[in-house]
Unconditional design. Structure first.
Length: 105
């Protein structure tokens, strides 16, 4: 299963899904991101979802809210989730707002 747009992509390989965001992720992409987030949660063939944020240039609060909802829905459904920021400096900016998408140990 693959779903692609310019900014957001979802694909499943085996029992693992990956939602990949890149570029400028803002309110204009919110509908697409929300649809893909819902698709990743409802995909019964996955038990793990990886959210790749390494190639995001900018992200606004609407996209962050969707990612927070995705995290909550993964936890609620029992799906394993992992947010991957890589070397992206936006992670520290998001965390400075008190929003922690990464698993903190």
């Amino acid at each position: 299963m693959e779903t692609n747009s310019k900014i957001a992509q979802y694909r499943r390989t085996g029992n693992s899904g990956m939602l990949k965001l890149s570029g400028i992720v803002d309110i204009f992409e919110a509908e697409t991101i929300l649809a893909l987030a819902k698709k990743s949660i409802s995909d019964e063939k996955t038990n793990t979802i990886q959210i790749d944020l390494e190639h995001i240039e900018k992200i606004d609060i609407s996209a962050i809210q969707i990612l927070c909802t995705l995290k909550h829905e993964c936890e609620k459904s029992g799906k394993v989730h992992k947010f991957v920021w890589g070397a992206n400096k936006l992670c520290s900016g998001v965390e400075s707002l008190g929003i922690f998408l990464t698993n903190r140990g």
